[in-house]
Write a protein that binds this ligand. Structure first.
Ligand code: 1HN
Length: 349
């Protein structure tokens, strides 16, 4: 790309602009829209329907071998505002991944961190740095930055899940690294609980006295739906409200699950309507169960189980539940908080 050549009616200034361009310099007084009163966000609010994701995921499974391109059969949600970039927003990647029975996606590692959320199905094992984690509906599985990960489907049914990565953030920081893994492991544990869960998954405020050397991410690599579900019900009972939000936390330190991504699960009772809010950073949400409506900016999207939607930075957001509704959300809030850029406000409806 060449440096733009600015123009002026004034001859000396025009000659100056010519020399600036040659020297790869640009005059700020000719540049507009760099600093705006509020974020100017290219990503738009959008909802991907469960039906489309399921049908197109299945077709990918029929048409495309898993070893074509990156060893992952993944369909990236491409935000309609981003001119064809395979990103759900300027900061997050979201996709569905489909694995046929008896298929494997071999080990690799990369600096972008990933998480998997299972909207339906069971049977796949994701092995994270040698620890095999079985995946079932409602489970949240972490593959933090630079951990080796591979996926295996030893069962007899296909499985699809949601992948969310901080890839656009890591790419913007020019910090993407990738490494293929060692040859595929001939066998792996199919134990119901991973080693990470045996150490860190006791729940109820119990954690090992000897933490060992802690990684920069949660040492618990999977958050099981049966715990999340029970905790949501308990919180509803404790708060006597129709809308509760749980945060998935690092059991060793209490912080977010990974340095770049926050995960939460919301349960709304039938008829519940949330306040209208907006915050800096992207939120990607998926409906695990139930149906309702989400209002994003001036647009309303009806929601059914399995739908995925994106709330771009500073876009207003309000949920209405038409049945009991469980909504999983990942955001890049830890990044904004670390940089002092997190803002959140409630807006009069
Ligand atoms: C990746 O490694 C996976 O391992 C999924 O399952 C999606 C998207 C971009 C880059 C790497 C996976 C990915 C990815």
């Amino acid at each position: 790309m060449t440096t733009p050549r600015f123009r002026s009616e004034e001859v000396p200034l025009d000659a100056f602009y010519d020399d600036l361009s040659t020297a790869h310099l640009q005059p700020l007084w000719e540049l507009h829209g760099l600093i705006t009163p509020t974020p100017r966000v290219r990503a738009v609010p959008y909802r991907w329907r469960a039906d489309d994701l399921a049908k197109l995921g299945r077709r990918a499974g029929e048409l495309v071998p898993v070893d074509r391109g990156g060893d992952r059969r993944v369909l990236a949600m491409s935000n309609p505002g981003l001119d064809g970039a395979p990103f759900i927003s300027g900061t997050l990647w979201a996709a569905v991944q489909y694995l046929q029975p008896q298929e494997s996606a071999p080990a690799h590692r990369h600096t972008p961190a990933a998480l998997r959320f299972v909207l339906d199905g069971h049977g796949v094992y994701t092995q994270v740095d040698g620890d095999a984690v079985g995946m079932s509906r409602g489970d949240l599985v972490l593959t933090p930055s630079w951990t080796f990960h591979e996926h295996h489907n030893p069962g007899d049914v296909p499985m699809m899940w949601l992948d969310i990565l901080d890839l656009p953030v890591v790419a913007a920081l020019d910090a993407v690294f990738f490494e293929p893994g060692p040859a595929e492991e001939a066998s792996y544990s199919q134990a119901p609980r991973s080693t990470a869960e045996l150490r860190w998954g006791a729940g109820a405020g119990l954690a090992p006295a000897d933490t060992g050397g802690l990684p920069q991410h949660s040492p618990l690599l999977v958050y099981r739906w049966k715990h999340t579900d029970a905790a949501l019900d308990a919180l509803l009972e404790a708060q006597q409200t129709t809308d509760v939000v749980l945060r998935f936390r690092d059991p060793a330190r209490g912080g977010d699950v990974m340095p770049t991504m926050r995960c939460e699960m919301r349960r709304l009772l039938p008829g519940a309507v949330t306040t209208t809010d907006r915050q800096t950073g992207t939120r990607v949400s998926a409906v695990l169960d139930g149906h309702g409506v989400v209002e994003l900016g001036g647009t309303s999207f009806d929601l059914a189980a399995g739908d995925v939607f994106v709330v771009p930075s500073w876009c207003t957001h309000r949920l209405r539940a038409q049945s009991r509704m469980d909504v999983f959300t990942t955001s890049d809030s830890p990044v904004l908080e670390a940089l002092g850029l997190h803002r959140r406000e409630q807006v009069a409806a």
